[in-house]
Ligand binder design. Structure first.
Ligand code: GLU
Length: 473
């Protein structure tokens, strides 16, 4: 049997971390088993679904490096993989279920149903408990699925083990609305049946829907897929993941300069681990050992700082050439123009040092803008902390003097000259070097100073020290 798994995003928002993790686990499982990964679009909510969101979602899946064998954009043997194209199919199924007696029309007004709900609640029963087939049948209204009242609805979840629901706790849910649209339950189940999905791996928040889907699948005479409910994601505050805590759309990670390999690696750890120990591993390693059965049922924590750390690890693992190439657009973005190859060689002089200090690609831009643009304004905090101090004028004058004498302008000579100056002034190294750093980079945080001076060049370095000295009066 070929494993067939799917992700079914609703294009009512951008691709968020939870759906991305579910997509990734499905993809890993498909690739591990030599199976098929299908991407379909759950757009039954036509008011909230947009093609922009769909593009965002598919773009982010591709950015993560996920490819799919069937589905939107790539096609496949099942016609359209967009639910809005299949309303007729869902209608036929719903009407067919009415014919076999598995479902019924219900035209009871909402207030009547509400009264039933409240009564159930008063009696401490599941709110949907009383919503059952009325005695009198009608031919219009919504179509409800009639829950068979025999035996528990039980299944073996690959993640959660054996799970069981009492039929009394599942209401006769709506499968088709009177406005001609299917509900999520119907559309999702019909798609899973029609597309011959063998394993449904999705977020645990959907667990309450599963007994409904199982009963529907049985009523359709199809084989029930294997379910795997993936653990919920929490933020570092222990609350369910919210936008504020880095659960924003995947596209923002791309914009912020995260590497897809790092995000892929990090997401794969949200509920799964390679060997309980190794945190950084390749896509191939993950594919080789991933199995849904190994997914933990404990909630996973999404920690943006850990993701940033991991991104830094991936950046450091790159060759310096590759790093230079990746970072160039970010540097040019920060500088505000394209750089000539000559200018770029200035960056390359210190690229290794920048690489070591970069967790996110755009940070590299900020670190080296000083190489290409005059300093328009000094970082206020740096100025207050470093420059507005006694003795800084003397330090800058001494530094300028020592550097001006150099005939060779490279790291070694610069370091030698400045260390000699420090000895002469009899002050601490930090105290002496920080004002020079602020003068030439505009900030007290920068790549290492001697190399920075070397890369900036003699003329600009001397000039900037002069300017800063002048500003001190
Ligand atoms: N459209 C649903 C969602 O985005 C998919 C649920 C499912 O996987 O069945 O949450």
């Amino acid at each position: 049997m070929t494993v067939r798994v799917r992700i079914a995003p609703s294009p009512t928002g951008t691709l968020h971390v939870g759906t991305a993790r579910a997509a990734l686990f499905n993809w890993l499982y498909a690739r591990h088993c030599g199976g098929e990964f299908i991407v379909r679009i759950d757009d039954t909510d036509q008011k909230r679904s947009t093609s922009e969101y769909e593009e965002n979602i598919l773009g982010s899946l591709r950015w993560l490096g996920l490819d799919w064998d069937e589905g939107v954009e790539v096609g496949g043997p099942h016609g359209s993989y967009r639910q809005s194209d299949r309303f007729q199919r869902y209608r036929e199924v719903a009407e067919g279920l009415v014919e076999t007696g598995a479902a019924y029309y219900d035209d009871r007004p909402t207030d009547e149903l509400e009264a039933l709900r409240q009564q159930a609640q008063k009696e401490g029963k599941h709110p949907g408990h009383y919503i059952r087939r009325p005695e009198q049948s009608v031919t219009e209204g919504v179509i409800r699925f009639s829950i068979p009242q025999e035996g528990p609805i039980a299944f073996d979840d690959l993640v959660r083990g054996s799970v069981s629901f009492e039929p009394q706790d599942v209401d006769d849910f709506v499968i088709f609305r009177s406005n001609g649209t299917p509900t999520y339950h119907l559309a999702s189940t019909v798609d899973d049946v029609d597309y011959r999905i063998t394993h449904v791996a999705r977020g645990e928040d959907l667990l309450p829907s599963t007994p409904k889907h199982i009963l529907l699948t049985r009523a359709l005479g199809a084989e029930v897929p294997v379910y795997a409910h993936l653990p919920l994601l929490f933020g570092i505050d222990g609350k369910k993941l919210s936008k504020r805590l880095g659960a924003a759309s995947l596209a923002t990670y791309e914009d912020e300069g995260y590497l897809p390999e790092a995000v892929f690696n990090y997401l794969s750890l949200l509920g799964w681990s390679l060997d309980g120990e190794t945190e950084i591993f390749s896509r191939e390693q993950a594919v080789a050992s991933f199995d849904l059965i190994d997914v933990s049922k404990n909630p996973a924590t999404f920690d943006p700082e850990k993701l940033a750390w991991m991104n830094g690890e991936y950046i450091r693992a790159m060759s310096t050439d590759h790093f230079s190439q990746m970072v160039r657009p970010h540097v040019e973005g920060a500088v505000g123009r394209e750089l000539t190859d000559d200018e770029w060689s200035r960056f390359e002089e210190i690229s290794e040092l920048v690489q070591e200090r970069t967790k996110l690609l755009p940070e590299a831009g900020e670190q080296v803008v000083f190489l290409f643009n005059d300093i328009e304004s000094y970082d206020e905090k740096s100025w207050a902390k470093v420059m507005a101090k006694d003795g800084v004028t003397d330090i800058l004058e001494a530094a300028r003097g020592a550097l001006a004498e150099l005939t060779v302008w490279d790291k070694v000579s610069i370091e030698k000259a400045l260390r000699a100056m420090i000895e002469e002034l009899e002050i601490g190294v930090g105290k002496a070097l920080q004002p020079i750093r602020v003068s030439i980079t505009g900030s007290s945080v920068s790549p290492p100073l001697f190399e920075s001076l070397a890369a900036l060049g003699r003329e600009s370095s001397l000039e900037r020290i002069e300017i800063a000295r002048g500003m001190l009066g």
